[in-house]
Design a protein around this ligand. Structure first.
Ligand code: HEM
Length: 122
């Protein structure tokens, strides 16, 4: 098991990867109108998003174990919900390339909410 601080650094790196990967997939699809899906740039963006989500999950539960916080808190349910939505949004980014500005906005609102949930712990 890693220290709380190490999990937190990983968690934040994972969040940066998930957010930047999602924005990159969305912008790529918008520019290419959904075509050219096999391009390595799109694959790298999608892999960054997926790997980032995995790191968020592992490091998030690592922190909870370190802090000895029970997992049935409302703010944790909220974070898990945001994590799921961020995961699903990559499919929207691919299927609705012209919705990129909306996906862009929703991504930053959700990431901000996830950070606020951890800071205020409602
Ligand atoms: C799987 C769901 C998640 C779990 C279980 C989780 C859990 C946690 C925990 C336990 C903390 C530390 C709280 C503390 O310091 O007392 C934290 C902090 C943080 N989380 Fe998450 N998180 C999740 C998803 C996310 C997502 C999706 C994002 C953003 C995309 C995110 C962004 C952050 C940030 C920025 C912090 C640092 C806040 C601070 O400075 O204290 N988390 N998270």
């Amino acid at each position: 098991m890693l220290s709380f601080e190490a999990y937190k650094v990983l968690h934040i790196v994972g969040a940066l990867m998930a957010v930047s990967g999602l924005i990159a997939v969305s912008m790529f699809s918008w520019v290419n109108s959904g075509a050219n899906a096999a391009h390595p740039a799109r694959k790298l963006a999608a892999a960054t998003h997926g790997f980032g989500l995995l790191i968020i999950l592992i490091a998030g539960f690592g922190m909870l174990a370190r802090l000895q916080i029970p997992t049935n808190q409302p703010w944790i349910a909220g974070k898990l919900g945001i994590w799921l939505v961020l995961g699903g949004m990559v499919a929207l980014a691919r299927r609705m390339p012209k919705r990129a500005p909306l996906i862009w906005l929703a991504t930053f609102i959700l990431a901000g909410l996830a950070a606020a949930l951890a800071i205020y712990k409602p």
